[in-house]
Write a protein that binds this ligand. Structure first.
Ligand SMILES: [Zn+2]
Length: 220
């Protein structure tokens, strides 16, 4: 229940292939005008694919940044409407959160999400059941660096560099799960160095779609 990649309640994708040197960048809790825009610029400058697990509430609060995200080539995933902890909640509550976020994403972004990540990775069987109905793959992560506690851009960069391993799904934050415009400037500032460090030691960033199994159209 408390491990982001635990498969106790259903299938969760927590890491890519251990062969080769691929990495997968993911950003949670946006969109957030103070950070998402800058992050999109860096990703474009460096031609790096990423995935954004967005909050439906933030999509509706920040439609301009959300639209910019929707026009990008990056994967957009569901991270609930309001970022509640789901593991002790019942099916009706969980279904409400996931479906509200699904509607926010499809209404504002005109994209159909195909993947889900639970706030704090906290899941239970109902989370997996609803995700399956919506045709989602459920993602965890391999490497979290606590960038949301703002330890400094250089420290965020160093933590990622030290934690790199083949197939890692890297978790960073472009937003704050509990504030609509959280300060994620350090994460945005760290990103270019993170990408350069990884490439310097032979890693390649790949799109999260390579790890996805959900069939488009299923459960929509
Ligand atoms: Zn989150």
């Amino acid at each position: 229940m408390f491990a982001p990649n635990s498969t106790l309640f259903g299938r969760v994708i927590g890491r890519g292939p251990r062969e080769g040197r691929t990495l997968f960048l993911t950003f949670d809790d946006g969109p957030n005008p103070g950070a998402t825009d800058r992050i999109l610029e860096v990703l474009e400058e460096r031609s790096v694919p990423a995935a954004f697990f967005v909050l439906g509430r933030h999509v509706r609060l920040h439609p301009q940044t959300a639209s910019r995200l929707a026009r990008s080539p990056h994967v957009i995933g569901n991270h609930t409407q309001r970022h509640p902890k789901l593991h002790l909640r019942g099916r009706r509550f969980i279904e409400g959160e996931l479906r509200a976020a699904h509607a926010s994403i499809t209404d504002v972004l005109e994209r159909t999400p195909r993947c889900f990540r639970a706030p704090h990775g906290l899941r239970n069987p109902a989370v997996h059941s609803v995700a399956r109905e919506l045709g989602y793959d459920v993602f965890g992560w391999t490497l979290g660096v606590w960038d949301s506690s703002c330890p400094g851009a250089e420290e965020i960069r160093a933590r990622v560099r030290r934690g790199l391993r083949p197939g890692a799904i890297i978790l960073l934050h472009d937003g704050d799960g509990y504030a609509s415009e959280g300060d994620r400037a350090q994460t945005a500032e760290a990103l270019d160095g993170i990408i350069r460090d990884a490439r310097d030691v032979g890693y390649e960033f790949r799109p999260l779609t390579e790890l996805m199994t959900a069939v488009p159209g299923a459960g929509a």
